[in-house]
Design a binder for this molecule. Structure first.
Ligand SMILES: Cc1cc2nc3c(=O)[nH]c(=O)nc-3n(C[C@H](O)[C@H](O)[C@H](O)COP(=O)(O)OP(=O)(O)OC[C@H]3O[C@@H](n4cnc5c(N)ncnc54)[C@H](O)[C@@H]3O)c2cc1C
Length: 531
């Protein structure tokens, strides 16, 4: 048994849902542990479109409540983590043969804004064809009928998950990555915790808890199976692929939401970010959550869809510099295609007392967590305060100035060490006010070695290893920094430095270090191979 005794709540799954639950529970004064079988956010929570959005297309399925709730949650997420969730204009071109007429787009987004409580100055603007083309000169001009410019929010899904996890840890939650829940512990038919396998050290231990919450995303049914309670509602998985190209290959001026002409009713996003443009997503039923592959068919589908809108920038497979694929955990409904299945979440209680939370969206994580912890408190008879996460700032969120001004001030602080203003700005958009700690460490590194070529990069890595549970190279290059997706070309030069710091700080022996690096090299080498 873990020496820390009996927990009030054990959370299984370290995606955004589990992280949100750990934070909510810890903030209510509960004693909470969370286990994640791989790295935090290594499941769906690093493979999304990276939008905090109300889901315009859910209006089509008349999911008013979902749109209203996620719409409100967007503003809360932005207020609590302004460095990770920020407003973004989305441009929807109205085109000949598209799924929405000008008036349908106008009415639909009008309702969307009202449901989401968007302040009057920020509500949608309907545009003529000329104004739409002026905003996005790369659009195909001859089929353009007009456009709608409306309000959404951008994020970095994996970083948001890790930041929530860090905030939970500062409030006392025990958060363990690379620890897999393998066997329920029961007493008189009631669940009393889980046996956990430490995937790094190949050891087993028990975690006892009054209530267990299953937040394993696409794997929730595996946990329900272990608990003997997989009956009634079940999960169905739908795969979503995203592709990344260098920005100059598709230089969109803002995020766009576009019709897919080959599949009536389907839409895709095109989003500029970090010197790249990314495109997504597909939506097809899929079975294996462990290895969602990217097929040539997925690639063709996305490239054809986007090329139909930007004839001056025809994208080819060779232009792709990054890609990811994830699975949506959705609740099965008889006869519905994956695109029409609801994205709303559901709570299930098993006879043993296991609480499962399934479905949902990144955007609604806080509210999902509140509902799950409310149920745990009630069913487990736990003594807890009220939910306070609506007003709880995440770590890094204490930023006294507008974000860009804050980034500028931090860059000025770096005057005596090698840096670029963009590098400092990127740090601020990843770590918020914690950038100050990274800069302080970079100065120490530089003072110790005046020839150091990039003390900020090394300080960032050290920060992630010390404060953000980085265990394997992939944790850093994929989930903490997004380098594999958005700055793949910078990794080879960085890897030598990584190796040295990793050896000093990780505490693993040379053979383990070599094994983890080999795993990452394989991820790196195969990332752009499409089956
Ligand atoms: C292509 C795509 C695009 C999307 N875009 C958006 C978007 O733009 N905006 C939005 O709001 N939502 C979006 N979503 C939905 C959103 O990403 C998901 O709803 C959300 O990330 C699910 O989080 P989760 O924590 O429930 O699951 P996950 O992130 O998958 O986390 C579950 C975790 O449980 C762990 N686990 C499983 N079994 C065990 C075990 N036995 N022991 C310990 N740990 C275990 C897994 O390793 C995993 O990390 C998108 C989804 C997809 C697939």
């Amino acid at each position: 048994m873990l020496k820390t005794g009996v927990f009030d709540i054990l959370v299984i799954g370290g995606g955004i849902t589990g992280a949100g639950i750990a934070l909510d529970a810890a903030a209510r004064g509960l004693k909470v542990a969370l286990v994640e079988k791989q790295d935090f956010a290594s499941g769906t929570s690093s493979k999304s479109t990276k939008l905090i959005h109300g889901g315009l297309r859910y209006l089509k399925n008349l999911e008013w409540k979902l749109v209203r709730e996620t719409g409100h949650e967007r503003r809360i997420a932005c207020a609590n983590a302004p460095h990770l969730v920020y407003p973004e204009h989305m441009l929807l071109p109205v085109v000949k043969g598209g799924s929405l007429s000008y008036w349908a787009a106008s009415l639909g987004i009008y309702i969307y804004d009202r449901l989401a409580g968007v302040p009057s100055g920020q509500r949608r603007k309907m545009l003529s064809a000329e104004k739409t083309a002026a905003l996005e000169p790369a659009f195909r001009r001859d089929h353009l009928l007009g456009g709608a410019l409306y309000h959404e929010y951008r994020t970095d899904d994996a970083r948001l998950t890790v930041e929530i996890m860090k905030t939970a840890a500062t409030r006392g939650a025990l958060c363990l990555n690379y620890c897999k829940a393998v066997e329920p512990l029961t007493e008189g038919g009631k669940l009393r915790g889980f046996r956990v396998h430490d995937e790094i050290n190949d050891a087993r231990f028990d975690i006892q808890a009054r209530v267990v919450i299953n937040a394993a995303g696409p794997w929730v049914d595996d946990i329900r199976k272990m608990d003997g309670s997989l009956s009634g509602k079940r999960l169905v998985l739908s795969k979503g692929v995203h592709l990344v190209v260098p920005y100059e290959k598709l230089p969109v001026k803002q995020s766009c939401y576009l019709d897919v002409f080959s599949q009536k009713g389907r839409m895709i996003f095109v989003i500029p970010r970090d010197g790249c443009t990314y495109i997504g997503t597909t939506d097809t039923f899929y079975e294996d959550p462990e290895h969602p592959d990217i097929t040539l068919k997925d690639v063709e589908y996305l490239l054809n869809a986007v090329n139909a809108h930007f004839p001056a920038y025809p994208l080819k497979r060779e232009d792709i510099t990054g890609a990811w694929s994830g699975v949506r955990p959705l609740i099965y409904e008889e006869g519905k295609p994956s695109t029409e299945l609801s994205r709303k979440d559901e709570l299930m209680l098993s006879p043993s007392g296991l609480i499962t939370i399934a479905g949902g969206k990144l955007t609604g994580y806080r509210k999902m967590a509140e509902r799950a912890v409310d149920m745990a408190v009630q069913k487990g008879g736990l003594k807890a305060g009220p939910c306070i996460t609506a007003d709880l700032r995440l770590t890094g969120a204490e930023i006294p100035l507008p974000l860009d001004k804050y980034a500028y001030a931090r860059a000025e602080e770096c005057a005596q060490i090698p840096h670029t203003p963009q590098q400092v700005k990127d740090l601020v958009y990843r770590y918020g006010s914690e950038t100050e700690r990274i800069i302080a460490d970079a100065y120490e590194l530089y003072n110790a070695d005046r020839q150091h070529p990039d003390p900020l990069a090394e300080a960032e890595l050290r920060f992630c290893m010390a404060e953000e549970w980085v265990c394997k190279p992939a944790d850093f290059y994929i989930r903490r920094t997004g380098m594999l997706y958005f700055r793949r070309h910078t990794i080879p030069a960085h890897r030598e430095r990584f190796g040295k710091v990793y050896e000093q700080v990780s505490g693993f022996d040379a053979s383990q270090n070599a094994l983890f690096m080999k795993e990452f090299v394989s991820d790196y080498d195969t990332a752009l191979i499409f089956a």
